[in-house]
Design a protein around this ligand. Structure first.
Ligand code: ZN
Length: 156
């Protein structure tokens, strides 16, 4: 197989993110993001199919997936404002653009997921009991109470 995936921190030109009213209209490049599809469960908004096509965030997700070498199950990607409100997301949640809640239940070593996401250039991290939130927004970290139990010993 031809190696098409580059480190996203180096030399990829990105287009401006664009909001699509439905994921089926997104010009997805399956060579660039072979392990994901906008129509997979919950990468687009599960309520109305809306998708925020952010090639930079997607390149980083794909690169992290490649580093880990195990499938990524996305619990939440883009959320339309109504969906974000209904699931109790923060009013300025990065999910209104494109953030990823990556399940850690299918990974023996959740730290590998975190490390790969850091290496891929993600800057926002939320540590939850069953998933890791990553995004390309303002650099920050937060823990839920249960997430703290699970992650702090790993991060120490
Ligand atoms: Zn999240």
């Amino acid at each position: 197989m031809i190696e098409l995936l580059q480190n996203p921190n180096v030399a990829i030109s990105h287009q401006e993110p664009l909001l699509y009213s439905h994921w089926s209209e997104v010009p997805w490049d399956f060579e660039r993001w072979p392990n994901f599809s906008p129509g997979e469960p919950r990468l687009a908004c599960p309520r109305n199919g809306e998708f925020y096509f952010d090639t930079d965030a997607l390149d980083r997700l794909q690169y992290a997936r490649k580093l880990v070498g195990e499938s990524f199950k996305i619990n939440s990607g883009h959320r339309s404002p109504i969906h974000n409100a209904l699931v109790g997301g923060k009013p300025l949640s990065q999910h209104l653009k494109l953030g990823f809640d990556i399940s850690i239940l299918n990974h023996k070593d959740p730290m590998r997921v975190y490390t790969a996401c850091r290496e891929s250039g993600f800057t926002g991290f939320g540590f939850y009991f069953t998933f890791l939130h990553v995004d390309t927004g303002r650099a920050r970290r937060w823990f839920t109470k249960l997430g703290e139990k699970r992650w702090t010993s790993l991060l120490a």
